[in-house]
Write a protein that binds this ligand. Structure first.
Ligand code: PMP
Length: 397
């Protein structure tokens, strides 16, 4: 039965990680996969997470199933992070949230929901976007289109083309926005640009789907939610897929959520029953441990302030590495302007390195970068910065 099945190509980003692991060079540097690393090059468990886990270990009394939509305390905590304290969205129950296995799980459930209930909708993603977006949407046979986003020459947002592209999107289609820290470019719209996009969305009548995987990695928890909140002032409906993989460092616990917002509480609830159906026929109900950690932290004053400090220190380290990278490249005699890197948000930037340079970095220097030239700034440390920039200077010559 299996004889005719061809092997699938390895995932371009996760495959890079395997190659890195097998590289015997002790000086190898991994700027590939999107995982936060500290100054020692490790991905530590946050102290707030460890403390929450200790509490949970003592309190937990059962491993019985969660409900299809997940833990109530978690769902409420998610909404407060997304929408802020004291909003009508929460008090009027205009949003419903399902706990999902990671942000990817949320996107997959959203994809199934869209395919079934908005069967004629095309989903539009930015060009470029996270490598898995297209694949997740295509796996449920959704039509995927792309809108202009990145200007290769200026290494910035091509906002005019973005607006022009999105003004062609008809009512009833879905447009995916990265809530903050755009993956892979690191370039986000400004508050004024978010406002213009929200107005356009309201005029055109397309449904926004916010992929919000890096809240707190850009400018701060509240600041990073501004795009999404600006949209909510102008549009009646929205889907939000959020992830706590990065901001809580809970990658392997698979913690995320899918939230549906409507300007009518009954409609939100009715549509939510269909989201629950998609969950039930997919993985039945979500895993508990990661969401219990998040809820424990967000609902404890002490743990929350510890977490916010830890999040801030991850964010600051990334900003520091961005500036140091730009300065060190200059010090190594690189003439090209890399200053755009210090202006971008989150872990990723498009370096502008071409596939040949990326391949030389890997072969000659054991430096691992995704083929598109996307770099994970969090893979940089004070220790590896000099050799990294020397290698880049060498391949740029
Ligand atoms: N969306 C984007 C833009 C991401 O970068 C990622 C993670 N790389 C995800 C979604 C998925 O997150 P998770 O690991 O929680 O599934």
């Amino acid at each position: 039965m299996f004889e005719h099945i061809q092997a699938a190509p390895s995932d371009p980003i996760l495959g890079l990680n395997d190659a890195f692991r097998n590289d015997p060079n002790p000086k190898k540097i991994n700027l590939g996969v999107g995982v936060y690393k500290d100054e020692q090059g490790t991905t530590p468990i946050l102290k707030s997470v460890k403390q929450a886990e200790e509490r949970l270990l003592n309190q937990e009394t059962s491993k019985s199933y969660l409900s299809i939509e997940g833990s109530q305390a978690y769902r409420e905590a998610v909404q407060t992070l997304l929408f802020g304290e004291d909003t009508q969205i929460i008090s009027k129950q205009l949003a419903q949230t399902a706990q999902t296995p990671g942000g990817t799980g949320a996107l997959r459930v959203a994809a199934e929901f869209i395919r079934k209930h908005l069967p004629n909708a095309t989903i539009w993603v930015s060009n470029p976007t996270w490598a898995n977006h297209q694949a997740v949407f295509q796996s449920v046979n959704l039509e995927v289109g792309s809108y202009a986003y990145y200007d290769v020459d200026t290494k910035s947002l091509d906002f005019e083309s973005m607006l022009a592209g999105l003004s062609q999107v008809p009512a009833g289609d879905v447009v995916l926005f990265h809530g903050c820290c755009h993956n892979p470019t690191g370039i986000d719209p400004t508050p004024e640009q978010w406002y213009q996009l929200a107005k356009l969305c309201s005029k055109q009548g397309f449904l926004p789907l916010f992929d919000f995987a890096y809240q707190g990695f850009g400018a701060g928890l509240e600041e990073d939610a501004q795009g999404l909140r600006t949209f909510l002032n102008h549009v009646p409906e929205m889907l939000i897929a959020n992830s706590f993989s990065k901001n809580f460092g809970l990658y392997n616990e698979r913690v995320g959520a899918l939230t549906i917002v409507s300007d009518n509480a009954d409609q939100a609830l009715a549509a939510f029953t269909q989201i629950k159906r998609a969950v039930r026929t997919n993985y039945s109900n979500p895993p508990s441990h990661g969401s219990a950690i998040v809820a424990e932290i967000l609902n404890s004053k002490e743990l929350r302030s510890l977490w916010e400090m830890e999040l801030k220190s991850m964010r600051s380290r990334i900003h520091e590495m961005r500036s140091l990278f730009v300065n060190t490249l200059r010090a190594k005699g690189v003439n090209q302007d890399f200053s755009f890197i210090s202006k971008q948000n989150g872990m990723f930037s498009f370096s502008g390195l071409n596939p040949e340079q990326v391949s030389r970095l890997r072969k000659e220097f054991s430096i691992y970068i995704v083929g598109s030239g996307r770099i994970n700034v969090a893979g940089m440390t004070h220790e590896n910065m000099e050799p990294l920039c020397e290698a880049i200077a060498a391949v740029l010559k």
